[in-house]
Ligand binder design. Structure first.
Ligand SMILES: C[S@@+](CC[C@H](N)C(=O)[O-])C[C@H]1O[C@@H](n2cnc3c(N)ncnc32)[C@H](O)[C@@H]1O
Length: 293
């Protein structure tokens, strides 16, 4: 039996397996829906909203969950031009949490992610050295097959101002399939072509560009470009449960993919809407035309 949920309404013919969730009688109102760009934003807690999505509907998930690495109340003055100030009093989602709570959080959303992914489809999860270890353990414990750990190398990352440890210039992006069954959805040849005919490596290097909006942890669009081109086709449905400034949806619509984003903070939901509507400029592809070192 096939099932169509209200969360998928207006997004084309996304047919899903019968759902094991029991919340779909309760309608969810999107914060924003752009039928032309097939993009939806749900403003709320991903742990609740994910339960409304039926099984095996989603072609790819990109998630950049809270890192839980910041001290509460710390105000960091940034000097690298990417965000003027990172005030963790506002970014409460980034506060550190006891490790047991971090595991509980990751188990609850990653279990849902596994349920809603189609067979053979993949999830990308980004994190810092504080957070990615717990995510890796949870993925493996739930039976995901980890395909790669992609090293994101920001060439112009800021120095370690205190000189107290090495300059941190990388983040990790785990790429995993929902289980070990079936063929992985991977556009291998396309990625090879993008890498001048050579097999692409698990190190993605880029120059971080300044944003005209404020979000303390926005991803560079080129990272999303690689992930989306590698693991989806035109018309596929992408989900981002921790959308932040909406980089996933911004790139997804640029490549004619459908996208559902979830974000808990109202201000960020408005920022995403503005970004999708082109307030900060139309989508400009970065892959294939990246500046050389
Ligand atoms: C690391 S940021 C994501 C940044 C995003 N990748 C981008 O490019 O802008 C994490 C985001 O998750 C949101 N968040 C934290 N907990 C959440 C939850 N339970 N449900 C939905 N969003 C949440 C935060 O408000 C924050 O914007």
């Amino acid at each position: 039996m096939n099932y169509k949920s209200d969360i998928l309404e207006g997004l084309g013919n996304s047919i899903c397996a019968e759902s094991s969730t029991n919340n779909y009688s309760q309608k969810l109102k999107p914060f924003y829906f752009n039928p032309k760009r097939k993009t939806k934003i749900y403003c709320g807690d991903a742990l609740d909203i994910l339960k409304h999505i039926p099984d095996k509907c989603i072609d790819m998930i990109f998630a950049d969950p809270p890192y839980f690495g910041n001290q509460s109340g710390l105000v960091i003055k940034r000097t690298d031009g990417h965000a003027y100030t990172f005030d963790t009093q506002k970014a409460q989602w980034a506060y550190s949490k006891p490790i047991a709570e971090q595991f509980k959080f990751h188990y609850s959303w990653i279990k849902e992610a596994q349920r809603i992914l189609k067979d053979g489809s993949t999830i990308w999860i980004s994190g810092t050295y504080h957070s990615i270890g717990a995510v890796n353990v949870v993925l493996q414990d739930l039976g995901f097959k980890i395909l790669n750990d992609i090293i994101l190398h920001k060439r112009n990352a800021p120095p370690n101002f205190l000189g107290s440890c090495f300059r941190a210039v990388t983040e990790t992006l785990l790429w995993a399939k929902k289980n070990s069954k079936g063929k992985t959805k991977f556009n291998y040849q396309q990625m090879k072509q993008l890498n001048n005919g050579m097999q692409m490596k698990n190190i993605w290097e880029y120059w971080a560009e300044k944003n005209p909006f404020r979000h303390p942890a926005t991803k560079q669009p080129i990272v999303l470009e690689y992930a989306i081109l590698a693991s989806t086709d035109e018309g596929d449905l992408i989900l981002d449960p921790f959308a932040g400034s909406g980089t996933t949806g911004y790139v997804a619509q640029g490549f004619n993919r459908k996208c559902i984003m979830i974000e808990i903070d109202q201000e960020y939901c408005s920022l995403i809407k503005n970004r999708i509507e082109g307030k900060y400029g139309d989508f400009k592809r970065k892959t294939g035309i990246e500046r050389k070192v």
